[in-house]
Ligand binder design. Sequence first.
Ligand SMILES: Cc1cc2nc3c(=O)[nH]c(=O)nc-3n(C[C@H](O)[C@H](O)[C@H](O)COP(=O)(O)OP(=O)(O)OC[C@H]3O[C@@H](n4cnc5c(N)ncnc54)[C@H](O)[C@@H]3O)c2cc1C
Length: 471
Amino acid sequence: MANAVLKTIAALEAELPAGRVVRDAESLAARRHDYWGLQAVLDRGPTPALPPAAVVRPRSTDEVVCILRQADHDGTALVPWGLGSGVCGGVLPGRDALVLDLGEMNAIVSVDDESLIARVEPGVRGSDLEADLQGRGLTLGHFPQSIAVSSVGGWVATRASGQLSTRYGNIENMVIGLEVVLAGGRVLRCGTTPRSATGPDLKQIFLGSEGTLGVITGIELALWPRPDWNKGFAMRLPSWEAGLEVTRELLQGGYRPAVLRLYDPIEAQRNFAPWFPEPAHLLLVLSEGRENMRQSLELEIEAALAACLAHGGTNLGREPLDHWMGRRNHVPSWDDLLAAGLVVDTIEVSATWRNVRALHERATAAMGEVPGMLQASGHTSHAYSSGVNIYFTFVGQATDPVEQERIYRAAWAATMEATLACGASIAHHHGIGRVRREWLPRELGATGIETLRALKATLDPRGILNPGCLV
Ligand SMILES: Cc1cc2nc3c(=O)[nH]c(=O)nc-3n(C[C@H](O)[C@H](O)[C@H](O)COP(=O)(O)OP(=O)(O)OC[C@H]3O[C@@H](n4cnc5c(N)ncnc54)[C@H](O)[C@@H]3O)c2cc1C
């Protein structure tokens, strides 16, 4: 272990209240990495991830300031940790770094029920925040599949999206204020109102910064009244194009259904077997809001139904939608899948309406050509008037960890290359971490990467914050 990190640990043990620096083997092992699929593969081989030197668990912004000041002074790497559900290798500290676990800073500080704004600490668990808000007749409207295993700070740091984003927006649409501690211990506070024209929006620098530019210690979020009405249906459609057209027409017609999910036949059959003995395309639609909005929401659902029928759809009723609603946060663990000889991951990208058809075709074909691949498929789940995301899933077959790694890396490379070739974006909502790092310069361009590096050099001149991630 490097001298610098030992020095920082000793200083923090002296400066912080007892119990903040944790070094037991179990705590260190649990924070060796996030939920990155490749790391799960590598952990089964000869090079599992090493535990960090220590975990530091601050309870206030002042304590975070103290930690960042000390780490900067010593040149010790520090890796912020929310709840470790990131899937891109954003957290991989190694033995010479400290993990800065924000889990103890988990207070819902205040809820302003007049302006509908919540102020929270970064480590609050998503599902705890939502349960609290629902109890007050409110909602954040942010429902990532990982809501029970991810933190609000992690959502901001990764630019996360929830399953109902088409109605409520993505996390960047919800954050109205941030408090961030920079390397060296300077505190930046930005944003207090729904909008301002006070130069560039500094908050946006930290949305998606993945722990590399500062530590998020306070977040103000815009809320909504909790919906008490919804209506939806599932539609079998004759083609992927038909589903894309329905989605595009609805969004460009000004509608914002909470759920618009288009599954290709492989995914429809895998996830909705009782309704899909034969493969076919599936679109799920759900509108929701307050009872007082019922009339306009009914119009939204009617418009969706009419568009589906005009494109040759067959109405399956509400049951498949409820089936998805009931199971939408269930995910098998990597370990179970790998032990069963299956190499699985998801890759979310986004495209304009003009290039999304080519993207689905090229990416699934390219993944399908990887030796050992069983299935390559996709669905859309976040729609905009100018385009949509695609959430690809690949399933490969191999039992040997070396072979599993080969399939994993080849599937990612195939999808990233197809995405760039189609002029699409390589990440819709999981971020860059380590898994997409080599393709980022091709999306941002040389000047984009230089700008990102210049930001990093200014905000974190010694490069102590999450080195190896993003840039
Ligand atoms: C089963 C499953 C389903 C998922 N579904 C979704 C989904 O629907 N939508 C979606 O967007 N994502 C999803 N994810 C990915 C993941 O949950 C998100 O990326 C989430 O935002 C990560 O939050 P976390 O608290 O677990 O962050 P972590 O994994 O702990 O950290 C993620 C990154 O953010 C940094 N970070 C964390 N907290 C802070 C902070 N306070 N300040 C600065 N940097 C920080 C870390 O250094 C790291 O780089 C899913 C993951 C899993 C495992």
